[in-house]
Design a protein around this ligand. Sequence first.
Ligand code: SF4
Length: 474
Amino acid sequence: MAEEFPFEISPMYEGERVRKGDMYVELGGSTKDGFELVQVVDDPNEVEDGKVTIIGPDILDMKEGEAYPYGMIYKVAGEKLEKDLEAVLERRHHEFQPYMQGYMHLNQRYDIWVRISKDMIKNGLKSFEQIAKATMMLYKNELPFIEKMEAIYITDEEKVKEELAKAMEIYRARDERARAMHDEDADVFYGCTLCQAFAPTSVCVVTPDRTSLCGAMTWFDCRAAAKVDPEGPNFPIEKGECLDELKGEYTGVNEKAVELSGGEYDRIMLYTFMEYPHTSCGCFEVIGFYMPEVQAIGWVDRNFPAATPNGLPFSSMAGQAGGGKQTLGFLGIGIQYFFSPKFLQGEGGWTTTAWMPKALKDRVLEAIPEDMRDKIATEEDVTDITQLMEFMKKVNHPMVAKWAAEEEEEVEEAAEAAAPEAAAMPQMPMMQPGMMPQMQLPAFAPSGGAAGGIKLVLKNANIKVEKIILKKKE
Ligand code: SF4
């Protein structure tokens, strides 16, 4: 199969990482522009089957260890091909390119990150032409309805910029079309397991109101893929019975979760952050993180390199939340989900968001309700949790009311606990078996009587103490 190429080609290499020390060059990624685009051409005469055009420096013209811009455009033609399939074919790129041993392909659309290993060069890789030809061979073997295919690979900085701008318009048009449809209008949702090579228990559930976390597959794209390639990674999911409309729980989705995660989890709630969240494979465009100190959520995209207010950058949190797990407190999403009317509706939608990088906030500004726009901080307003807390108080963020309500509750609990036993006795309810009291210890005043000190709040605790001795510090 792969005799004409100086590298092995096999699904067993899917998921292989090329570490920095082993890399010959990096393409796209966080420092350079990069994109991939598939275009269906109606007139087959406009596609020269097997042709490869390279614009810019080829592989051997590149300096070892450096990063370069990278654009990959494919023109395809075939009787059964329709425009609707462009996104579907484009996403399969993430499946096929990693089949090449020593070639790492991550992410999608305008976020692609590729590394070519030193071993590939050692074994005889000389040109992008070999990469493009191997990729096209895989496409045509796996998807025989592609009758003609040609590739244009671009590494020239200016040309990548120019073509990326055109590609962004195409991605935008696809997303806008998807926004017009809603979950109530669909009888079935779609699943995607393309990323199980990287995250074996991850199951993406793509609905009209919840586009994929990689941002590359809308409900329409998954529907087209399932139709044209029923043996492929996309498949319909019967909604079944709706168990919770607000949080988005469906029996059909739960059944698929059990089946496709190998029993790793059995519930998925589509519109929540804190309860049975959707899994995150690692391709997500944005990661959400809960900040318990302010009881609110922050979002960060992979283009923001600095630390967020919780002290962690995107890469650390992605490592924690990726891999196909359900991780409470973290959630990977696609940028289009911000525009969904069901965006975190289980938790109150945008009212729980407190921080985003400026560039991301600007990008999704239209999706943020007007009364929340000034209440979401960016790196220009705050850099840590303490500052974020002050910011939220200053702008009267909706979560601040919750802090106040909880503080009041705690004060009441403290007052109850501190009240003389005799006075409290008449109101005491009968303790039922299995019922645990909530204990709240009063604040300890430091020696000298100054305000402050520490306060311990123990809730639902079952502690037996025979004796407590408190001594004043000498
Ligand atoms: S992130 Fe999800 S929807 Fe996107 S390709 Fe991977 S499995 Fe499919």
